[in-house]
Every structure is written in structure tokens, then in C-alpha cells.
Ligand binder design. Structure first.
Ligand code: G3P
Ligand code: CA
Length: 243
């Protein structure tokens, strides 16, 4: 059965990476959420996609240069197209973890440390996962594969998964070499045979970002492990239609 992970919450319908978006994922019955983390100047792990606050908030500048208390003053859904939502703050990872106590959603944390070298990010994230006892509910992914291996070395019980966006030859072998139990490819570089062969070789496949009905149908039909979508409600409906 293909699981449905809500990308940046439910980013197609709600302001990405905000508590509103995560609540929506829970409301519609998604199996999990995907979120992105960056780190402030004073070491707080915050949930936001870009390295700067410019695109999504009313602020300007790099997150690495912000003190957490100043980042919290920003309007996290400032540029979201639908102005129906109340002002949201940039969430912290621990805030999301607190909310997860009331549900059983899986959380895919994407470490956004391919552009910025956030020193100590892996230790902080792994420590927090351990503190909450969430090692079986978390998947750590990143385009920075050194970083996910570092996480796995800190705690091998936490699942890691490499993200990639150009085709890999026999990715299940690469995944195994990292100690990963899954791969997270862009859906464009995840043809049926690569998905089937990976799953056959014990490696789960969770392509992103699967938003179109025909893409969902393809992945549900071949029994892909999970999809990561901006539209979890639509995906759940599509999946039910096919059952
Ligand atoms: O989970 C994969 C996906 O989130 C990676 O791309 O840019 O949306 O973070 P991006
Ligand atoms: Ca992401």
C-alpha cells in the first residue's frame, strides 16, 4: 500500500511549513508530513524551506543570520496566495514534535544543509528525536548525503533516505552503501522499473513532488512505497478510487 506524505504540510492548499499546513495534513488523513529545517544564528532548528526568509515571509535575509526571537516576529505565511489564514510564525522543530504527541503521523525531516553548512545541525536534530522517543516515526532525508550518514552514525535506529533529482544507476545499491532503507527521488527520475527493482531489493521508494492525478495513478498502480505530495486530500481520493 502506498503511503501519502504531505509535502511541506499540505503546501498546495495551505501555507507551506506552517502549523496550519501540518494540521491540514492530519485533518485529511495523510500518513505523514514532510518538512524542511534550517538553523538560526543562535542554533534553533526551525521549519522553513529556503535559506532566506524572503520568499515566504515579510522579512529579508538569511536564517543563519537571524536570532530566533527576531525570526519569530516574522509572518510565516505572508506571501501565501490565499489570505484566508491567520498570521503564522515560523515553527520550531520541537513545536512540531510536541504536536505529534497527539497523532501517529510519520515525519520526514529534510535537512536543508546542502547550501549552508549548519555546524552541529545533525547532532541537534538527532538529540531532539531521541528526547521525544520518535526514532520509529522519523525519516531524515537530505540532498546532502554526507549529512544523513552522519545522522545514522549518531543513531542507526533512525531511518535515513537520500534525496536526488538526476537519475542514479541501481539506486538500491547506492542506498545500501549509505545505510539507507529508502530513496527519495524526484518523480521525474523514478521510472517504474527502478521503483520495482528497488522495492524488490528491500529499499523503499518515496518520490516527490507528486501532484498530478496521472502521476499519482502510476505510482499507486505499481505499489510505490509512498508519495510526497502538495495535495494530500486529492491523493487520498485518487487512491480510494483505484481500490
Ligand atoms: O521531499 C522532497 C522534496 O521536499 C525536496 O524538494 O525543494 O521541495 O524541499 P523541496
Ligand atoms: Ca523538502
Amino acid at each position: 500500500m502506498t503511503l501519502i506524505f504531505a509535502h511541506r504540510g499540505s503546501a498546495g492548499t495551505h501555507p507551506e511549513n506552517t502549523m496550519d499546513a501540518f494540521l491540514e495534513a492530519e485533518r485529511v488523513g495523510a500518513d505523514g508530513i514532510e518538512l524542511d529545517v534550517q538553523m538560526t544564528r543562535d542554533g534553533e532548528i526551525v521549519v522553513i524551506h529556503d535559506e532566506t526568509v524572503d520568499r515566504t515571509t515579510n522579512g529579508k535575509g538569511y536564517i543563519k543570520d537571524y536570532h530566533f526571537k527576531d525570526l519569530r516576529k516574522l509572518h510565516a505565511n505572508y506571501t501565501f496566495k490565499k489570505k484566508l489564514f491567520n498570521k503564522q510564525k515560523v515553527p520550531t522543530l520541537s513545536e512540531v514534535f510536541d504536536w505529534m504527541k497527539g497523532n501517529s503521523l510519520v515525519c520526514n525531516i529534510e535537512l536543508k544543509n546542502s547550501i549552508m553548512d549548519y555546524e552541529g545541525m545533525e547532532e541537534k536534530v538527532v538529540r531532539m528525536i531521541n528526547k521525544y522517543g520518535y526514532s520509529d516515526r522519523i525519516i531524515i532525508s537530505s540532498f546532502n548525503h554526507y549529512s544523513i550518514v552522519a545522522c545514522s552514525r549518531l543513531d542507526s535506529s533512525i531511518e535515513i533516505a537520500p534525496l536526488y533529482s538526476t537519475g542514479l544507476y541501481m539506486p538500491w545499491i547506492y542506498a545500501r552503501s549509505l545505510g539507507a532503507a529508502a530513496i527519495h527521488p524526484n518523480q521525474k527520475v523514478a521510472p517504474d522499473e527502478i521503483i520495482s527493482e528497488s522495492i524488490k531489493n528491500g529499499i523503499a521508494v518515496r518520490p516527490y513532488t507528486v501532484n498530478k492525478a496521472h502521476q499519482m495513478k502510476r505510482l499507486f498502480s505499481i505499489g510505490c512505497s509512498a508519495i510526497v505530495t502538495d495535495f494530500p486530500e486529492k491523493a487520498i481520493r485518487k487512491k480510494e478510487e483505484l481500490q
